[in-house]
Each structure stands twice: as C-alpha cells, then as structure tokens.
Design a protein around this ligand. Structure first.
Ligand SMILES: [Zn+2]
Length: 253
C-alpha cells in the first residue's frame, strides 16, 4: 500500500522519545495504520503549537507528511486528553500499562481497528471506573481476544470435557483451562478458582457495561491479576521473539 504524500489520521500517543534539540519521535496507535512512529518537529519548544496536543496518552487528530524515513507530523488537534486521568496517579499508571501492552503486542503498520477502539474506550473508562482493576482485566482479555489469544475457558484443553464447577487449572502455554485430571500432565498450570473462572468468562464474552457491574473481593481481584499477569508474560516472551525474528528477516531481506 502506498501512502499519499500528505495524509490525515487520528491516533493515541503511546510513547515518546526526545530527538535532537527540540524534536520528538512519537509512537502512535491509529485505526488504519496500527502502530507507527512519526517525528514531531520543534515540539519541545515552549512556543510550539503542537506540544499540548501530543502529550502521552492523548487522542489527537493528526496531519502528516511522508518523510524519507519516518513521517512528519505537520498539524495536531486534541480530540480527547482524558483529563480526569491526569490528576490521578493510580489511574494514570493503569492507562500507561494499557498503552504499553498495545505497544508490546503489536508490530508496526498492522491495522487492528477493534484493538484501536478498545484502547480509546479503555482510556475513557479509566477516567471514571469504580474498579479500575476490573477495567484493566476487561482490557487485557479483550486485547488478547483481538490478537488471537482468546483463552479457552469452557472446555478442558486436554480432554475437551465441559469444565466442572470446581477449582480447575490455567495453563499459560496452552492458552486455557485444564480439568484436575489433565492437570497432572502439566504441573506448571496454576489453580483457578470457580469464581475467577466465572469472572473471566464474563469479561471475555460480555460488553463492558455488564462487565463493569461485577464486584470483586480483594482476594479475587488479586487472583485474576496474577493469572492474567502470568499469561501475558508468557505470551509476550513468545511475541517479542517472533517480532524480533520478523525484524531480522526484514533487515536481512
Ligand atoms: Zn481434562
């Protein structure tokens, strides 16, 4: 696909890096281009018109010019700065985590509109969610679904029986749940309580409006966090290796 010399897109600012005296390289996530990097020239100068529209996690409408290497942002206008996030360190760190996951799980210039919408919505939800941890778990499960890693939460990965209402076992390498018998073949699988399994099913298949009404005890919230953290870490190690491999192929090709 060839991009025209000048083009428009909207994007979320995932990451930024200073360049030279006054410029910045931004990592952006957009509906049609997926993740891409672009240069914002002069943006660190106090008089820059663009600076305020290109802060981290800002949703902006951009005009870009194709550059030799990276494209150059020529205009920017804030669509949403998610203001309520800014004054709350806890919510802000949750939002950074969401942006970081999108960054780490995606390769450059791969369109994924559902993931883009999920990210924009999650930043909005994090502004006023009652239980931000629940919002984040919802985000993680939907992110994995949009990337093709939706965990199998209904039948046992090993013997395909419908999982019984008891403590089962989550296998990160298998991407789903094992019944107590099949677990013997996979000692690394971690126990998942019946309540955690029910919440994960609801988050995975439901809409946010329904999911956000769930009330989690501190203990259940912790269990879900640990399960998801373990699964995501497992996937990212695999993912990072495959992205590195792709990059190497590209360089050598
Ligand atoms: Zn089984």
């Amino acid at each position: 696909m060839t991009t025209p010399k000048v083009y428009k897109t909207e994007a979320i600012v995932l990451k930024r890096m200073n360049l030279g005296e006054a410029d910045r390289i931004l990592t952006l996530y957009s509906p049609n281009l997926g993740k891409f990097r672009a240069v914002a020239k002069g943006v660190r100068r106090p008089k820059s018109k663009m600076g305020g529209h290109l802060e981290l996690l800002t949703h902006s409408a951009l005009m870009l010019a194709r550059g030799r290497n990276l494209d150059i942002i020529t205009q920017s206008q804030t669509i949403d700065s998610f203001l309520p996030l800014r004054g709350d360190l806890w919510r802000t760190s949750m939002a950074f985590y969401a942006a970081e996951l999108v960054d780490q799980f995606t390769a450059e210039r791969v369109e994924n509109r559902p993931l883009y919408s999920l990210l924009v919505n999650t930043l909005r939800w994090l502004c006023d969610a009652q239980d931000v941890e629940l919002t984040l778990r919802y985000f993680e499960l939907k992110l994995l679904t949009h990337l093709g890693y939706k965990p199998q939460l209904h039948e046992c990965l090993g013997c395909s029986i419908s999982l019984k209402p008891t403590t089962n076992f989550f296998s990160s390498s298998g991407g789903g749940v094992l019944c107590p018998r099949c677990r013997e073949q996979e000692p690394l699988a971690r126990p998942i309580s019946l309540n955690a399994l029910k919440v994960m099913r609801l988050l995975e298949s439901g809409e946010y409006a329904a999911a956000s009404r769930v009330r989690l005890s501190a203990e259940l919230s912790r269990e879900l966090e640990q399960l998801m953290r373990h699964y995501i870490r497992y996937l990212l190690e695999r993912e990072v290796r495959s992205v590195e491999f792709l990059d190497r192929l590209r360089r050598e090709g």
